[in-house]
Design a protein around this ligand. Structure first.
Ligand code: SF4
Length: 64
């Protein structure tokens, strides 16, 4: 189960993560943020977005 998602500095605002998982990622005109009400049960999509990010700045932690 994913317990935390965050974005390290370096986002290039490509919007891919929001297209893949809009329940978690919110891409603004200048940055990408994790929504305050992010649905962390979308584990597969979060992992997919993490793999897709062209600059590898999406991070997540998994718990039991
Ligand atoms: S996929 Fe990566 S670079 Fe693209 S908007 Fe999301 S965090 Fe930023």
């Amino acid at each position: 189960m994913i317990t935390r998602v965050w974005i390290e500095p370096g986002c290039i605002v490509c919007k891919l993560c929001e297209e893949t998982c809009p329940e978690v990622f919110d891409v603004t005109p200048t940055d990408c943020v994790v929504r305050p009400d992010a649905d962390l049960t979308r584990a597969e999509r979060i992992k997919h977005a993490t793999e897709e990010c062209p600059v590898s700045v999406i991070r997540f932690e998994e718990g039991p």
